[in-house]
Design a protein. Structure first.
Length: 71
């Protein structure tokens, strides 16, 4: 069986398909890395907000707790 005219050997077609797949995997990996980095930034921001809220709550509780626990 001969390779179709102008397309080269079968192994060349397979190599081209592998190269195309590698390109698709690289593009997917790049896109995934962008999404992970964006999610990481969001989680970091949320964590900072959570910690600030906890600190503010602790301050409010500390201000109220002595008056509540005194007899």
């Amino acid at each position: 069986m001969d390779a179709p005219a102008g397309l080269g050997l079968y192994c060349q077609l397979s190599a081209a398909a592998v190269d195309a797949a590698h390109g698709e995997v690289a593009a997917f990996t790049t896109g995934l890395a962008i999404q992970v980095n964006a999610r990481t930034a969001g989680v970091t921001q949320a964590d900072s907000g959570y910690l600030a809220n906890e600190a503010a709550s602790a301050d409010v509780l500390a201000a109220v707790a002595p008056s509540v626990t005194r007899v």
